[in-house]
Design a protein around this ligand. Structure first.
Ligand code: PRP
Length: 209
């Protein structure tokens, strides 16, 4: 049975609706919110519900054959997986955020809070900032809000979190999309099923070209 790794975080809803539109209904998953593993005989699929950050690892190691995860997580983890499609729904941005007017000038000393230390290191190198990177696990907005850091590198989707904390999006660093990822060996084995899934997602205009 093919095994699918799904992220429990922000991309779960959008992934389930994309799969549903492509003919893979996983209704049982939504109803049993606490279950971590479910079999869906109709589609000969077993589904694992994982923390977003663990999805690439399960797929790279072949414990799951394919999965969905944000391009932000994928870029930070640098795993060896195939990415046959990016979803057109559920997009957001990886941005520098902070108080109004706090975008550091080139050459300045910056303390930056983030869940993405790897991406942050690349960013500060490209800006010639002398930077100290503070790795946080969540609630990253509190960094600049409480002066733990000058700015933060974090996800912005609707902008609600920023507005509620009197912060602004200083600069968009990159666009982020949920990505379909596939284990290399599993792609050889299940090529026609994966290609059929991508084809159906394309048909529903759920894939970015
Ligand atoms: C992200 C980010 C913000 C929020 C932004 O967190 O860290 O807190 O979403 O979304 P908004 O612009 O729609 O308000 P995420 O949902 O990835 O959860 P996490 O902080 O628990 O990782």
């Amino acid at each position: 049975m093919m095994r699918l790794a799904l992220p429990k975080g922000r991309n779960l809803g959008v992934t389930l609706s994309a799969l549903r539109a492509a003919g893979i209904g996983l209704a049982g998953l939504e109803e049993n919110g606490r279950r971590l593993r479910g079999s869906f005989e109709v589609d000969a699929l077993e589904v694992l519900l994982l923390k977003d950050w663990d999805v690439p690892l399960y797929v790279e190691y072949g414990v799951a054959d394919f999965g969905v995860v944000g391009s932000d997580v994928l870029a930070e983890r640098d795993g060896d997986v195939l990415v046959p499609a990016r979803l057109s729904e559920g997009g957001c941005r990886l941005s520098l955020i902070g108080p109004e007017g706090s975008l550091p000038a080139a050459g300045s000393q910056v303390r930056l809070a983030t869940k993405y230390p790897g991406l942050a290191r690349r960013l500060v190198a490209s800006r010639s900032w002398g930077a100290e990177i503070v790795k946080l696990s969540g609630s990253v907005e509190l960094g600049p809000l409480l002066q733990l850091s000058d700015v933060a590198l974090d996800i912005v989707q609707t902008g609600t979190t920023l507005r509620e904390n009197q912060l602004v999006e200083l600069e968009v660093v990159e666009d982020v999309y949920p990505c379909l990822i596939v284990n290399r060996a599993s792609y050889q084995r299940y090529r026609s099923r994966i290609n059929e899934l991508v084809r159906r997602l394309e048909e529903q205009e759920l894939v970015l070209l």
